[in-house]
Unconditional design. Structure first.
Length: 67
């Protein structure tokens, strides 16, 4: 797991917490802010996963070339 994946998961969790707090306090602005944070976190997490997969593929290609 890389830094983007970890940061994305943390931001998504923060967003879910804001949504819950917004629901508990009847604050639609806080809820909406949480939705945005969660979406941004999930996007960052997905980018991190893609980076990791590309890196793994490049590593595998390098190993295959060395053989």
């Amino acid at each position: 797991m890389n830094r983007d994946e970890l940061d994305g998961k943390a931001q998504a969790l923060k967003g879910r917490l804001k949504q819950a707090a917004g629901d508990l306090t009847n604050d639609p602005a806080l809820h909406d802010e949480g939705v945005v944070d969660e979406a941004a976190g999930e996007t960052q997490r997905a980018i991190g996963q893609a980076k990791r997969k590309v890196g793994k593929t490049i590593e595998d290609i390098g190993k295959a070339i060395k053989k």
